[in-house]
Every structure is written in structure tokens, then in C-alpha cells.
Design a protein. Structure first.
Length: 337
């Protein structure tokens, strides 16, 4: 089955378009859900993130449009946001059917999993904005808690506000350039973040494996419809030797300087410009920036090279690219949920 094809079926009463790709099967998902079930919530989220390393990157907005009532269950290719949705839903499930149900609750602003849903930008309940799905709904549902203020002193915390509005997605993220609307209405919202320049003051020991890092840019510095988006990227903490690294899904590429035409893939097996030195990262750790000389401009997007022999910490990545970060933590699932 190709990465853009899917199997339509009804799972637990929910019409689904299922595409798992080549890296994992439904049986393995069921087996791992059982194997990971006794782990603490954050560790469970972190091991799922690691298991999905190697999954190719694709913006969900570039995938085929589904019918209004169809839930996309896609592990074949993930963008930086859908990667987070999938690992949260997997971390709260003990069966494939429950994974599907958790995914629907997270992605639709509906009162319960049995409620009707729709993807229409103006009238549907599908949550297009991370500001609504993770920063509001997942916290309201008791799935996540915001631990940002516990990691630094008060002077390192800053508020950032954004006007959520109907926007047209840029061509780099959505070749159809579709209009999307905040389901809960156009409005101003504000959230607190750790200022990126103060991240060296953060006590890394307080970060936990599986913490979700929300990378944000000040909307007042953006152009066009990006002025109405606060969250720009997401990642999952995985600590090594006391340092806070993170796993994310990235369209950028590993620069494999000495790879020949016969070299085997190391990441997703997708090569830009048919050059095996430029392999798409997809789901993986964040590497160090390899340099401007390796930039690839393709269609309406720009791709950057990463040196995967040197991993980049949460602090280093945020300081180089963002205004601040928020940290969310997965809560234990109630026994009866």
C-alpha cells in the first residue's frame, strides 16, 4: 500500500481511513500497547515516539481530502503536529480501537467520541489549530497539564498573544492553499512561555522524558496569515546523559556527506534531488544545523541540512529559531476512561 493510500473501515463505530505504512503493523501496535501499558505516562509517550523514528514527513494538509465523517488514522507519514497527536493517542490506549477513539476525541471539538463530526473549515468540528487542540482541548479533557511555570523562575516567563482568525494555509504547507477556521470562533488568546533567551536558566533535571515542547514565535513579528498562528513546531523530550534532546517530525534532511549512489538509507529513504547525501529526516531526533551551503529550494519551500552526528538540545533549537517554549506533560489516564 502506498503512503498516500488508505483502507476505509469502521473501527469502534467510527468511519476511518487507515494508513499504517511499512514501518509498523496493526498487530505490532496491539502488542506494543500491551507491552508499554505499565509504563508511566511520559515514558510511554517517549517510547512510542522512538518507535516511530524513520516515519516519513508529509504535511497532512497535502494528503487526499477525506469525506466529512471520516477520521484519518495515519502512521504512514506524519508532520510535526500529527506526530504529536498520534503518540498522545497511542499513549492513552490499550487497544487499536481505543487508539482510534482517543485520536477522534483529540482532533474534534465534540462532546464525546460518538458525536457527529465534520472537517468543513467553516462549520465542522475538526480542530485545525494547535492552539485549540493541544493548548485548550487536551488540557480541558485532563489529558495534558502545563508545567511551564514550574521549570524556571517567574522573570523568565513571558506572555504571548495571538488573534485566531480564518487563515489561508501557505502553499509550502498545503498545495491547495485551503482556508481553515478556529472551531471555537475568531478571538484573541494569550499563553505563557519560557523566553528562549532564558532557557539556559531552566533546570533540565525538571524536564521529563515524554514532555511535549511547544515552540512558539511572537506573532507580531510574522507576515501575512502567520500573524494568526502562535505555535510553530512541536517535539517530545528524550534525555540522554543529562541533556534534553527531542524527537520531532521534520521535512528537512540529514546531510550524509560521504554517501554514494549505493548507500543504504539511514532515515526515511526519501532523497531530495535524488541525492543520497540529502535524506529526509521525518521522525527523528533534532540534529545540529549543517550550514547554509547545503540549503535546497524546492517548489515553494526551503529545506535545511542537519548534521545528525551532533544532536541539538531543546534549548539550542529554541534559542536559534523561536521566541519561547511551553512544556506540556501527559497525565495518567483514569481507570474508567
Amino acid at each position: 500500500m502506498s503512503s498516500n493510500s488508505h483502507l476505509q473501515e469502521v473501527i469502534g463505530g467510527i468511519p476511518c481511513a487507515v494508513s499504517l505504512g511499512d514501518l509498523i503493523s496493526r498487530q505490532e501496535i496491539e502488542d506494543l500497547l500491551f507491552e508499554f501499558s505499565e509504563l508511566p505516562p511520559g515514558q510511554r509517550l517517549a517510547v512510542w515516539a522512538e518507535r516511530l523514528i524513520g516515519t516519513p514527513f508529509e504535511f497532512e494538509s497535502n494528503l487526499p481530502i477525506l469525506s466529512e465523517d471520516m477520521l484519518r488514522v495515519n502512521l504512514a507519514n506524519l508532520d510535526c503536529i500529527t506526530f504529536i497527536y498520534v503518540v498522545i493517542a497511542l499513549s492513552r490506549a490499550d487497544s487499536f480501537e481505543q487508539f482510534v477513539r482517543q485520536l477522534k476525541v483529540l482532533r474534534y471539538d465534540v462532546p464525546d467520541v460518538e458525536a457527529a463530526s465534520g472537517r468543513h473549515a467553516a462549520s465542522g468540528s475538526f480542530l485545525h489549530f494547535v492552539e485549540e487542540s493541544l493548548l485548550e482541548r487536551a488540557i480541558e479533557q485532563g489529558w495534558l497539564t502545563d508545567v511551564t511555570s514550574t521549570l524556571v523562575t517567574a522573570e523568565c516567563i513571558i506572555p504571548m498573544a495571538v488573534d485566531l482568525r480564518v487563515i489561508r494555509r501557505p502553499a509550502a504547507f498545503d498545495f491547495r492553499e485551503q482556508l481553515v477556521a478556529p472551531v471555537r470562533g475568531e478571538r484573541a488568546i494569550s499563553h505563557t512561555f519560557i523566553r528562549a533567551v532564558d532557557l539556559q536558566k531552566m533546570d533540565v533535571k525538571l524536564l521529563q522524558d515524554g514532555d511535549i515542547i511547544v515552540f512558539a514565535k511572537d506573532p507580531t513579528t510574522a507576515q501575512g496569515d502567520l500573524r494568526h498562528i502562535l505555535v510553530r513546531h512541536l517535539g517530545i523530550v528524550k534525555k540522554q546523559a543529562g541533556a534534553a534532546y527531542f524527537i520531532h517530525s521534520s521535512r528537512h534532511f540529514a546531510r550524509r556527506e560521504h554517501a554514494t549512489n549505493e548507500a543504504r538509507p539511514s532515515h526515511t529513504g526519501i532523497f531530495y534531488d535524488d541525492d543520497r547525501r540529502c535524506e529526509q529526516l521525518g521522525v527523528d531526533f533534532c540534529g545540529a544545523y549543517a550550514g547554509d551551503e547545503y540549503i535546497i529550494k524546492k517548489d515553494s519551500d526551503t529545506y535545511y541540512a542537519m548534521d545528525m552526528s551532533r544532536l541539538r538540545t531543546v534549548q539550542e533549537y529554541a534559542e536559534s529559531n523561536f521566541t519561547g517554549i511551553k512544556v506540556l506533560r501527559l497525565l495518567p489516564k483514569p481507570k474508567n476512561a
